[in-house]
Design a protein around this ligand. Structure first.
Ligand code: NAP
Length: 536
């Protein structure tokens, strides 16, 4: 492969976009493989999701040690997570530690938002332009721009007219936000909203929660990691890594071996109690085997959770509003909470059910619903993201013959292994659409490893261009779409199908094939000298 030489210092082998968990690992792998690489990051610091989502209460809901990097035993050895589910500042600190530990910072340019990335058919290189007008030439572009990086605001009239303070959870300022003693609204009760709500409730003078869809929230069951647990984690690193690298969704939790109605009502109730008290995602991954496949089984668990909500929330009317009525457990991404339902027992907290009193407009002083106006000092929009394709579609990406990615994917994304799409040679997007369905860093790390091996293979074999083979892309995308139809979880009404963005094609955006299939295909590609890719 010819090195990229254009007589200026802005030419590199690899441009990585995005300093999140995936982009930093890609930078590390590219440098380790001997490529020159520059990482462009829109923010002023590293972290990606864990840089932008610094709202009060933001924390992991996958176990900290299963979410961090596993490529370096030394890194694992020297970093002590304080809690089983770390808070945002700890994660941001960890990612800064990684950047310095592996001397990556000097390859990162902060405050650079990519405005276009254009492929040149003549030279087989990409020109990446950032918002300060500067440009970089690269052989390879790896857009590690994430799936949850474009915050969205609802289309409610008057949003700009509000004279108080407004924040989106996904764009939370790095400077302190003073909420104490203020009249605060939180709009949205997804995973972000339900973390903010209990965290700020005591400090604010009043908290009004605007809920459109209730969610099946269950306890996170977080705790500090004890010294004994720290020692056990270190001693068990290799076996934990093995489990995480071979588990279907990148979690440690053991799957259960019984179906719901294998147990008597009494046994079931005891098992559900155990689930309720188990950490994070185990309610999904270690529950009865038929939880997501059998409506009656799912209803048993939902009835149990509904009973818990009724038991916690003092006001029966509020409790009923907090119990989902229009979807089963697992149909939307379940949030995991700490003290969430208890928050509604506080005298300064109230719940507005937008299905009964829809939002009419934002006024200069507050929020008006069909029931009237509430005056507010602060509105927190916890209203989600343009998931999966949002960032890639806003990056001005042009492939062969000037083809825009926005046109190529007008009917939804088509990918090969969730890393490349036809007619966009040498562009890769690990951790993007069709990438993951579980513990993201685990899947995304697999994809970064694959991309790195692929570009090393091209270099070692004298190829300068790598492009997805169209039939292989059709096969992979068809498998993802068919799998999504069969999949009982994360249904069409969820943002995993783009349902939260008006006009967005309803296409599955996760990897419905799962991680074992991804591993099998990666192994097949390597063994066959990357038969699904065309090299020039
Ligand atoms: P989300 O799950 O998409 O939730 C958005 C919320 O805003 C929903 O309750 C939604 O209601 C509501 N909403 C949207 N438009 C609205 C409108 N016009 N009027 C009223 N309400 C509206 O977004 P998120 O909570 O930011 O979470 C996104 C994802 O980020 C999560 O699923 C998870 O993958 C990740 N996350 C992870 C963690 C963690 O613990 N590690 C924490 C936070 C987030 P509807 O449901 O009715 O649309």
């Amino acid at each position: 492969m010819e090195p990229v030489r254009h007589g200026d210092h802005t030419a590199v082998d690899v441009v990585v976009v995005g300093a999140g968990v995936t982009g930093l690992y890609q930078l590390y792998r590219a440098r380790e493989a001997g490529f020159s690489a520059t990482l462009l990051e829109a923010g002023d610091g590293v972290g990606g999701t864990w840089y932008w989502n610094r709202y009060p209460g933001a924390r992991f809901d996958s176990e900290s040690y299963t979410y961090g990097y596993l490529f370096s035993p030394e890194l694992f050895e020297e970093w002590e997570w304080r809690e089983h589910f770390a808070e945002q500042p700890e994660t941001e600190g960890y990612l800064n530690h990684v950047v310095d530990r592996f001397d990556l910072r000097r390859h990162v340019r902060f405050g650079c938002r990519v405005t276009s990335a254009v492929y040149d058919d003549e030279t087989g290189t990409w020109t990446v332009v950032v918002d300060d007008g500067s440009a970089l030439r690269a052989r390879f572009v790896v857009a590690a721009t994430g799936v949850l990086s474009v915050p969205c605001f609802p289309d409610v009239p008057g949003r700009e007219a509000f004279e108080g303070e407004s924040y989106h959870t996904g764009l939370w300022p790095a400077t302190p936000v003073e909420l104490a003693g203020k009249r605060v609204a939180v709009v949205g009760t997804g995973s972000s909203g339900v973390q903010v709500i209990p965290t700020i409730a005591d400090a604010v003078s009043s908290l009004t929660v605007y809920q459109r869809t209730a969610n099946w929230c269950t306890p996170l069951n977080n705790a500090p990691i004890t010294p004994e647990e720290q020692r056990a984690l270190r001693a068990g690193f290799e076996s934990m890594r093995e489990t995480l690298n071979t588990s279907p969704h990148g979690f440690l939790h053991e799957p259960h071996d019984r179906a719901t109605f294998d147990d008597s009502a009494e046994e079931r109730s005891a098992f559900f109690e155990k689930m309720w008290n188990s950490p994070g995602f185990s309610k999904l991954t270690s529950n009865y085997t038929d939880l997501l496949f059998d409506e009656a089984a799912n209803a048993e668990w939902c009835d149990f959770v509904a009973g818990k909500i009724r038991g916690i929330v003092d006001d029966p009317e509020t409790a009923e509003k907090l119990i989902p009525k229009n979807h089963r457990f697992g149909e939307h991404r379940p949030p995991f909470v700490t003290g969430y339902f208890e928050t509604y027992n506080k005298p300064n907290v109230s719940l507005v059910d937008l299905t009964q009193a829809p939002m009419v407009r934002i006024t200069a002083r507050g929020i008006e619903t069909a029931d009237g106006e509430r005056e507010l000092d602060v509105i927190i929009w916890a209203t989600g993201f343009d998931f999966g394709t949002g960032a890639l579609m806003r990056m001005g990406i042009q492939g062969r013959d000037g083809l825009l990615l926005t046109d190529h994917w007008a009917n939804g994304p088509k990918t090969l292994l969730g890393v490349q799409t036809t007619r966009f040679p040498n562009l890769f997007f690990p951790g993007g659409p069709h990438a993951a369905a579980g513990n993201n860093p685990r899947y995304n790390g697999d994809q970064v490893d694959f991309v790195t091996d692929l570009i090393v293979y091209a270099r070692d074999h004298g190829h300068s261009t790598i492009e997805a083979e169209p039939a292989a892309e059709d096969d992979w995308t068809g498998m993802i779409d068919r799998g999504a139809q069969r999949s009982p979880s994360f249904g069409e009404s969820s943002y995993y199908f783009g349902a939260n963005i008006p006009g967005k094609p309803r296409k599955y955006l996760l990897n419905s094939a799962g991680r074992p299939k991804l591993h099998a295909m990666v192994a097949e590609e390597k063994a066959s000298h990357y038969k699904s890719f065309i090299f020039f």
